[in-house]
Design a protein around this ligand. Structure first.
Ligand code: SF4
Ligand code: SF4
Length: 280
């Protein structure tokens, strides 16, 4: 029993965010007797509790570039979502909400278990080019270009209406991450993750280090090895910074689960926001 408790504690961040991801997915699928579904639609555009309309701000941006009319409820919904992620951290969306993260994390887990070493090197900035391309195509085609293939929307559709083409796309994404390039999709290619990373660049929820003697002694860097975006921890591990400031950090908490020295914590840094403003 004690071992089970310790095991759960050691994976507390992973278990918590998996629970959140699955609850959000189920909210779109499962109807509560006498009430119905908690959420209608999908992550691109949804209605929660029959009242609250939420819109993915990246969808709104594509709509704008496509020259389509933006309805006021969609604009308000995007401001709510955008404001939330801009304040806390944009890529919280990746590790706490996006269902594709379940697939890519599984591919990475399996990659490690199978000791697959082959790794096609991709630039992390590729995702920004894909983001720019998606917006350019929306502008030129007068349509929401990324939505035609967006695996996130496809995933949600697949859960309700299975389609061969959707399953093929998701399968290809999984196999690419598993066999070809480590963390290829979420870490290098996805424009949605890139968009949220930019949106939450100055988010106040931060992985923060409290340097301890034991950390110096152990010098393990285990946090870096489990991080899906390892470059974000480099300044902290090398003691150049006390907290992770990169917008690429997904706030997944993997580093916190792995840090047995208690050096890392997730903090809401409101003081930094005030000093940054004052310093301007
Ligand atoms: S990078 Fe893209 S696919 Fe991956 S978790 Fe983030 S939004 Fe989802
Ligand atoms: S620094 Fe920690 S919270 Fe941020 S992406 Fe890496 S493992 Fe996740």
């Amino acid at each position: 029993m004690l071992r089970l408790g310790r095991g759960l504690y050691r994976h507390r961040w992973l278990l918590t965010r998996r629970t959140v991801q699955i609850v959000i997915l189920l909210a779109f699928i499962v109807a509560i007797p006498g009430y119905g579904k908690i959420a209608e639609g999908n992550l691109a555009s949804s209605l929660w509790f029959g009242e609250l309309k939420l819109t993915d701000p990246f969808i709104l941006l594509q709509t704008f570039f496509a020259g389509s009319t933006i309805a006021l409820p969609a604009l308000i919904g995007a401001l709510i979502v955008g404001g939330f992620y801009a304040f806390l951290a944009g890529r919280l969306y990746c590790s706490w909400v996006c269902p594709i993260n379940l697939i890519t994390d599984l591919a990475y887990w399996l990659r490690k278990r199978l000791h697959i070493k082959g790794n096609m090197s991709l630039s992390r900035s590729l995702r920004y080019w894909v983001l720019a391309l998606a917006l350019a195509l929306s502008f030129l085609g007068g349509t929401l270009a990324w939505e035609m293939i967006n695996p996130i929307t496809r995933f949600q559709r697949e859960l309700v209406w299975f389609s061969f083409s959707g399953a093929m796309l998701l399968g290809a994404l999984f196999l690419f991450d598993l066999l070809v390039s480590r963390r290829a999709w979420c870490g290098h290619l996805c424009p949605v993750g890139a968009f949220y990373g930019l949106l939450g660049r100055y988010g106040r929820l931060k992985v923060t280090a409290t340097p301890t003697e034991s950390c110096d002694t152990v010098g393990c860097s285990r946090c870096v090895t489990v991080c899906p975006e390892p470059h974000v921890l480099a300044p902290v591990v090398s003691k150049q910074a006390q907290s992770v400031t990169s917008g690429d950090c997904t706030r997944c908490g993997a580093c916190l689960d792995e840090c047995h020295e208690g050096t890392l914590s997730m903090k809401l840094d409101l003081v930094g926001m005030v000093t940054r403003k004052a310093g301007k």
